[in-house]
Design a binder for this molecule. Structure first.
Ligand SMILES: [Zn+2]
Length: 383
């Protein structure tokens, strides 16, 4: 899906959070009314969800149950990866099929930060990564990035801006780690080779590339010969990439990490790495799953609406039974009975949802439904 740095940058910036966010209590009735307006028949619609397995994904599922009048089919693997091998059993269980895929990220309203979530049911009410899976994946890459930020020094030699790069980062035979795109950082010699201007015991110094010299001209002017500073925040995503030994099996144990390896430089340099990771996972999953939904023979003669987005779990306060999760739609696919398909991108999707009413006369009263089931005549199980 990603072919260049520009490609990742554009995709990341295309995902808008401003004016695109819906509370679940408003998103789900709008979604229900939207699919009804497309011809889905009330009583014959079965939603499915591909969410992470965390407990905080329960509230969205309860709201879906209430508005669609049925518990949603489980279409997800850990990390909000769509289990595409479940398309056939899912299709068999319903007529109008509404698949909702969402990666998730926590939000702390107290300090407007993304990533963590208050674990109210733990003894000490501590905050921890909202999506433990995404956090476990990104931590390794964040560590490699932090090492590189301090293992590359900016210095002045022979009157020019130079980079003193630790030999560990220059070893090209490594199987895993952070690898520098030297052409973005270092000035090549006349033959296009990257030849060091100085060789130290554990590092090498190179003249900085013209682009880097331009970007850091102010900083370079302040540096005296023999003085150096770490590259820090000036190590930008287009300057490096990662290699990691991963099982590349689709929907295998490393599926989500594999989704994120190429765009990982943009994740680790983001102000909110877990927000960017969740957003990109949603984007990659939509792009991948779309083809499987569009082509699955099991969806023939069915109405399918597949929507992808991001769940933002607002960290709860003591006493709150649930988080007030919000949904940010990213894109959708409509597949009609005759096999016609249409992709709806974020701006149009948000507008379409906003047009819908939040009133849903078909919603069920869950307390009432549970009471009715408890009071229903008991069925004898006989063997
Ligand atoms: Zn999670």
């Amino acid at each position: 899906m990603f072919t260049s740095a520009a490609n990742v940058e554009e995709l990341v910036s295309n995902f808008r959070l401003d004016g695109t966010t819906f509370r679940y209590s408003s998103f789900v009735p709008r979604l229900y009314n939207l699919v009804k307006s497309l011809g889905f028949k009330p009583g014959k619609i079965l939603p499915s969800r591909a969410f992470c397995s965390d407990e905080n994904q329960g509230y969205p599922i309860i709201v879906l149950t209430k508005h669609f009048g049925t518990f949603p089919f489980n279409h997800g693997r850990g990390g909000a990866v769509v289990a595409t091998d479940r398309h056939a059993p899912y299709a068999e269980h319903g007529e109008g099929l509404v698949i909702i895929q969402a990666s998730h990220v926590g939000f702390q309203p107290g300090n407007n930060s993304f990533g963590t979530y208050n674990r109210l049911h733990a003894n000490d009410n501590h905050n921890s990564a909202c999506c433990g899976k995404l956090s476990a994946i990104t931590n390794w890459y964040l560590r490699q990035y932090r090492y590189a930020q301090s293992d590359i020094l900016l210095e002045r030699c022979k009157g020019e801006l130079c980079l003193r790069i630790d030999n560990g980062l220059l070893r090209s035979g490594r199987k895993e780690g952070l690898f520098l795109r030297l052409k973005c950082l270092v000035k090549p010699d006349a033959e296009g080779k990257f030849v060091p201007v100085h060789t130290h015991s554990t590092a090498k110094s190179f003249f900085a590339s013209e682009t880097l010299k331009e970007q850091l001209s102010e900083l370079a002017e302040k540096l005296q010969d023999g003085e150096h500073v770490t590259i820090g925040k000036h190590l930008r995503p287009e300057m490096f990439y990662f290699r990691r030994n991963l099982d590349e099996t689709i929907e295998g144990p490393n599926h989500q990490e594999y989704n994120l390896v190429y765009p990982m430089p943009w994740i680790v340099t983001s102000p909110w790495p877990l927000l960017t990771a969740a957003q990109i996972n949603t984007q990659v999953e939509f792009d991948r799953t779309l083809r499987t939904v569009a082509h699955a023979p099991s969806f023939r003669n069915k109405c399918v609406f597949y929507i992808s987005g991001l769940n933002i779990d607002i960290s709860p306060e003591p006493g709150d039974p649930f988080p007030t999760t919000k949904f940010v739609p990213w894109a959708a696919l409509i597949r009609d009975r005759k096999g016609g398909k249409r992709v709806i991108d974020q701006p149009e999707l948000v507008a379409l949802l906003r047009e819908q009413s939040t009133e849903n006369p078909d919603q069920i009263d869950l307390d009432e439904a549970i009471k009715d089931m408890a009071e229903a005549e008991s069925v004898a199980i006989e063997t």
